[in-house]
Design a protein around this ligand. Structure first.
Ligand code: ZN
Length: 178
């Protein structure tokens, strides 16, 4: 995977000649963009081709780009303050406890990556994550390749790849309070 800075186009990781291009933010631009306003964050995300969502320390959304709006079918202004699980339609987020509070959430790769990047400021690149999501035809498994990066007081969740996979273990609705 070739990675270039979405703000200044500097190459961050060259990859192989035929590799698909993904976007990140170089350390210089990340520093320049801090402290950043929401408008700047939105502009930065709009430079990225992949779906990208900026979240705050509670892993709730600040803004997202058009690719993310298309992928997750959410209006840009409607997602502000929504938790990540509600945006990607995580099957567990629909439980009464909500995103981040179910027994499954400690194993959530997206949440763990974003939290870790908040804590140490280090980017995580192209990590594979599998998630059960609610789709039109019920629960389906989706495999993501995700990068996280800290910019100012936000963490960007960049979705480099996303494909539906067959569920090996069917999703069982556990009784509430069990
Ligand atoms: Zn840059």
């Amino acid at each position: 995977m070739k990675v270039v800075c979405a703000w200044c186009n500097k190459t961050l990781s060259s990859g192989l000649p035929d590799d698909p291009v993904s976007h990140g933010v170089c350390p210089d631009c990340a520093a320049k963009l801090a402290p950043t306003r929401r408008g700047t964050l939105q502009q930065l995300l709009d430079h990225m081709r992949q779906p990208a969502i900026a979240v705050d320390a509670k892993i709730s959304a600040m803004c997202m780009n058009q690719a993310a709006q298309k992928t997750f079918g959410a209006g840009g202004h409607l997602i502000q303050g929504k938790l990540i699980g509600d945006i990607i339609e995580c099957a567990h987020a629909s439980r009464p406890e909500g995103c981040g509070r179910t027994v499954h959430c400690s194993g959530c790769t997206i949440r763990r990556m974003a939290t870790a990047t908040f804590q140490d400021g280090q980017a995580r690149c192209s990590v594979e994550a599998e998630q059960l999501v609610r789709g039109a035809d019920g629960i389906a498994a989706v495999r993501y390749s995700i990068s996280t990066q800290k910019v100012a007081d936000a963490v960007l969740i960049i979705i480099e790849d996303l494909k539906s996979v067959a569920t090996s273990a069917p999703f069982a609705e556990e009784p509430v309070g069990a």
